[in-house]
Design a protein around this ligand. Structure first.
Ligand code: SAM
Length: 277
């Protein structure tokens, strides 16, 4: 652990995702003592920092200037300064700027230390009741309908729990696309306005959630995390049986080694288990 007063350190500090009670004492201490706070938007962060009684200098670092600012910020660290990076809400770098800066600071050999806290995807996952042992954070889906469907279809067979950030005006269309890609019965959870006054966590099949969202305009407001259950895992025996059936069809049309390769890739069965009937 890097101490909260170590020199020449970049702290990556999580801030609340809505409820100011989630602003940790360590986050406040670091922000109150650094030489500068790197923010996405000075107005937005100004509100939070003023509320917390923190009056350190702010510097805007956002996706459009992060690359060019990085070297100047590394120079500040060389001079022994302590910096803190925050985003508008939650954990910086998670669907937020900061990745290029952290990479540049680490490459220059300076310490980067996390001050963890709220993160919408983890908050939603933790109350979803869906498996948490393996999950894939998929970020925001593309806004265009065709690209969105392609992106969803690409993970339709993924057995991990899938997590998306979604804009409220797109949630109904995204649920319709998800029904198309994953099937109406796939389980899902919508975590909306988490930690805030109108917090709601809805669960059901994708078709049920789609109907619920269409019937209630309130469900198309606020900030949303959509979590979709992974595809049911087939056990090895089922995979091998399916692979053998496919191999038997393909081997009529192509050499056995190629048929086994294609059948193995398609079903997930080990290739060697498919030879010899
Ligand atoms: N860095 C943030 C984090 O740690 O979660 C995420 C930033 S991303 C630009 C903003 C998206 O996060 C929102 O569009 C929404 O999908 C999700 N989000 C943020 N706060 C939320 C909340 N209180 N409830 C539900 N989703 C939230």
């Amino acid at each position: 652990m890097t101490s909260v007063t170590a020199p020449a350190t970049l702290y990556v500090v999580a801030t609340p995702i809505g409820n100011l009670g989630d602003f940790s004492p360590r986050a406040r201490e670091v922000l109150d003592t650094v030489d500068a706070i790197l923010v996405e938007d000075t107005r937005q962060s100004g509100v939070l920092l003023r509320h917390a009684g923190i009056a350190r200098p702010m510097l805007a670092v956002h996706e459009h200037n992060e690359g060019e600012r990085a070297q100047a910020l590394v120079q500040r660290l060389r001079e022994g300064q302590r910096l803190a990076l925050i985003s508008d809400a939650g954990t910086p770098l998670i669907s937020d700027p900061g990745y290029r800066l952290v990479a540049a600071v680490r490459a220059a050999g300076f310490a980067v230390s996390p001050i963890p806290g709220a993160c919408a995807l983890i908050a939603a996952l933790s109350v979803s009741g869906l498996p948490t042992d393996r999950f894939s954070f998929e970020g925001f889906l593309p806004a265009r309908a065709g690209e969105r469907l392609t992106r969803l279809e690409a993970v339709a067979a993924d057995t991990r729990t899938l997590i998306y950030y979604e804009a409220p005006h797109r949630i109904a269309d995204t649920l319709a696309a998800a029904v198309q890609a994953f099937g109406a019965d796939r389980r899902a959870v919508i975590g909306r306005e988490l930690t805030k006054r109108f917090e709601t966590v809805l669960d059901g099949s994708l078709a049920e959630l789609q109907a619920r969202v269409l019937a209630d305009a309130d469900q198309q407001r606020g900030e949303i995390v959509l979590i979709i259950a992974g595809a049911p895992a087939q056990d090895d025996a089922a995979r091998i049986a399916e692979g053998k059936r496919l191999y038997a069809l393909l081997v009529e049309e192509m050499p056995p080694s190629r048929a086994a390769k294609v059948a193995a890739a398609y079903t997930g069965a080990p290739k060697r288990a498919l030879y010899g009937g």
